[in-house]
Design a protein around this ligand. Structure first.
Ligand code: ATP
Length: 361
């Protein structure tokens, strides 16, 4: 059941195209993450949906109701959309109870009181009802902002980087609690983030953006395991990249020393064309290291740097007789000191090839 629909939406600020012809939708109760680097248009997208900014063209609808089109513009306060800002935007002169009650003035006093009471209980803040925002911790303030946005029972909840002001340890817990509450209530939620791990952890659907355009839409698993472009792949981790040419059904590195059997590459997003150049890409976690050459697809390398990361090691190796440096990350039982001769094997079922011409398609 589709609820929020964004169709061919564009927004220009003067000549600058902040959002360019984007189409996506969210199912009822889904958590959608708008993911992308700074300036790609995530906040603008939220502001257009909220009605705080007017689109240049396109359509925004919820269920059967058109919220914005060239013919129709429902005012922000009539859209039944909740907003949680990055800085929470709590009213400093109102206590927590009054902050949460703020958006309920269309109801009678008893209903206002009951709903505020219930929603504060839901976010475990009942005992703080009489306190003022500045006396609460960052995590508690975040929950007040969430309670205030949820109290009017919005059709859609929009959250702009809601966890970025929290320190790392607190962030994981607050994020888990918040997502738990949202899933329980079943509110359709759009969360803006630039943090790939956060999006992978919380989203049902990720919308990856770049320079106002959508690069890829999919589940976290789809984006991580079948990226449609080098941009998508690199957003989630460093990628080892080896320039190749496709000849005689073989993907050969341009330095001639490596070749890859594309039949083993189950994640191909392009069908390679004879004579064309590609980038063979693999994440550092999908390269294995060993002391011996177990099969013909192991390549001789020399360790050139070695970093201890606590939970794992990050090792750079140079493929012998080439200039290719490959990063390998994981837990290794073989010796990995600088100068050590080893062999690497690429996990072809987790490798990708992308066109050399463009990083985004
Ligand atoms: P961040 O993660 O840094 O918040 P973002 O992805 O949310 O970035 P937006 O704030 O949506 O990006 O901005 C997208 C582009 O539109 C940027 O180039 C920005 O400078 C521009 N922009 C946003 N709002 C305005 C405005 N009111 N007037 C002019 N340009 C704007």
């Amino acid at each position: 059941m589709s609820s929020l629909r964004i169709q061919n939406l564009s927004k220009k600020f003067g000549k600058h195209s902040a959002i360019h012809n984007t189409t996506w939708h969210a199912q009822r109760g889904e958590i959608v993450c708008l993911l992308g680097h700074s300036g790609c248009g995530k906040t603008t997208m939220l502001r257009l949906i909220a009605g705080l900014e007017s689109p240049s063209s396109g359509q925004i609808s919820f269920g059967d109701r058109t919220l914005w089109s060239h013919q129709q513009n429902i005012a922000a306060e009539q859209r039944n959309i909740g907003l949680v800002f990055q800085d929470y935007a709590l009213f400093p002169h109102l206590n927590i109870f009054e902050n949460v009650k703020f958006g309920l003035t269309h109801l009678n006093k008893q209903q206002q009181h009951q709903i505020t009471h219930d929603v504060l209980a839901h976010v475990s803040l009942s005992q703080h009802a009489k306190k003022y925002p500045h006396t609460l911790s960052g995590g508690e303030q975040q929950r007040v902002a969430l309670a205030r946005a949820l109290a009017p029972k919005p059709d859609v909840l929009l959250m702009d980087e809601p966890f970025s002001n929290l320190d790392r340890r607190l962030r994981d817990r607050i994020r888990k609690d918040t997502i738990g509450i949202l899933r329980e209530i079943g509110t359709t939620t759009v969360i803006v983030t630039h943090d790939p791990e956060e999006a992978l952890q919380i989203a049902d659907q990720i919308i990856l953006m770049h320079e106002g355009e959508i690069i890829q839409i999919g589940t976290p698993k789809q984006l991580y395991e079948t990226p449609s472009s080098l941009f998508s792949a690199e957003y989630f981790s460093t990628m080892n990249q080896i320039p190749c040419i496709f000849e005689h059904e073989q993907l050969k590195s341009t330095c001639g020393h490596l070749h890859f059997n594309i039949e083993k590459m189950t994640t191909l997003s392009v069908q390679p064309i004879h004579g064309q150049e590609y980038l063979f890409c693999v994440r550092p976690y999908h390269v294995s290291l060993s002391l011996t050459q177990e099969t013909a697809d192991y390549f001789a390398v020399t360790v050139i740097s070695n970093e201890y990361l606590g939970h794992q090691q990050s090792i750079d190796v140079q493929i012998d007789h080439t200039a290719h440096i490959i990063r390998v990350q994981g837990i290794f039982s073989c010796p990995t000191q600088i100068g050590q001769s080893l062999f690497i094997q690429f996990n072809l079922t987790q490798s990708f090839i992308f066109s050399k011409q463009s990083v985004t398609n």
